[in-house]
Design a binder for this molecule. Sequence first.
Ligand code: SAH
Ligand code: SF4
Ligand code: F3S
Length: 440
Amino acid sequence: MAEARKLYIKTYGCQMNVYDSERMAEALGASGYEVTDAPEQADMILLNTCHIREKAAEKVYSELGRLKPLKAANPDLRIGVAGCVAQAEGEEIMRRQPLVDLVVGPQTYHRLPAMEAAVRAGERAVDTEFPQEDKFEHLPRTPRTRRAPVAFLTVQEGCDKFCAFCVVPYTRGAEVSRPVERVLREARDLVERGVREITLLGQNVNAYHGAGAGGTWGLARLIREMARIDGLERIRFTTSHPNDMEDELIAAHGDEPKLMPYLHLPVQSGSDRILKAMNRKHTAEQYLRLVERLRAARPDLLLSGDFIVGFPGEAEADFEATMALVREVGYGQAFSFKYSARPGTPAAERAGVPDEVAAERLQRLQALLTEQQRAVQQGMVGREVSVLFEKPGRLPGQMVGKSEYLHAVHVADPLAVPGRIARVRITQSGPNSLGGVMAT
Ligand code: SAH
Ligand code: SF4
Ligand code: F3S
């Protein structure tokens, strides 16, 4: 048999892109490709890109510039751009960067094998359609060679919310939920390959409404059914919109033991005026009441959030309202960003906040969020958590895994092996991870 061609994929952006990259590798695996982590050895390089903020989109062009010498050294190398920049800019990428052979959007990558054959034959190929067919049905099943004990599983894609700042509804298209049986089949395949934790993914994962036995299933019902799979020990889901947090899902946090006590629940701002301008369709108070109900169901729930500062029209008082909301909620994890005007979104038409004002607010918000994160981590010291070990840590003999609260935990113990879940007593808290010892 001919030696396998080598595929190098670089992934930017959200977890859904991580999932997509894995599926693209599987799709091209069927065309004889095998993944390499050395770009200079690759016959095909794919950049799986993100369009969410200006900086993210710019990275693609600078990365493409860096690939030039590789292409010069190896004329057989083919370069592709996938993901949300591909979707948003399509042909424009081809024009700006002649070294790109292939552009494929997030909804058409199941067509990669045919596109690959075309670019091998010397053509340039662009496919950024939103096709009728379901790409998942045209992708290979999880290969037997899959090894990691944790996996992402996309159950819902796209977004109909149209927050005024966001490109996702344009790059990923309308909300679509995968049918229940197909999701469960993929979950069972993963578990058969040794996966013990699955994170269900969707841009609005809690808006999931898949066709299932007897009608339409919501996310809570899907999670409960999935929890019945033997060998699957942990379930997570991300990202949720506050307005889709239905009662059943809140209840599942209280009584479904396999559902982990961690929830990413972005609010973006604590000011009702700004929330309205953002088209988030809820108030700060509604968000706070929701958090209350979630914590009543699961008191140790660790909350994570996303925030945007410097949204057009944000006054100092609006920003102070965000700070007040953060103080009230107390986040264990958070991501905060300076507003970035995105072409084609409604907010891009509005006058922005001066950059230095936004930068200063971001700094203040991040200081508060970091302080909260540190305090939560510090509070873990002395406690026992359950850790699913994933891979070797940085120091020799160390393994790293995740606690139920999604904290990275390092343990040096021969019993800490990938795929094992163990009780660990936390002994120290570092800036980005915890350290501990086996408790039993
Ligand atoms: N579907 C998720 C968010 C996806 S984008 C949700 O609704 O919460 C991830 C995060 O990027 C968002 O939560 C938001 O905080 C940030 N983001 C999105 N568009 C942005 C923009 N134009 N400028 C700055 N941050 C943005
Ligand atoms: Fe973007 Fe809003 Fe949809 Fe999230 S809910 S993906 S922020 S439009
Ligand atoms: Fe980025 Fe697309 Fe995800 S824009 S955040 S990669 S959905």
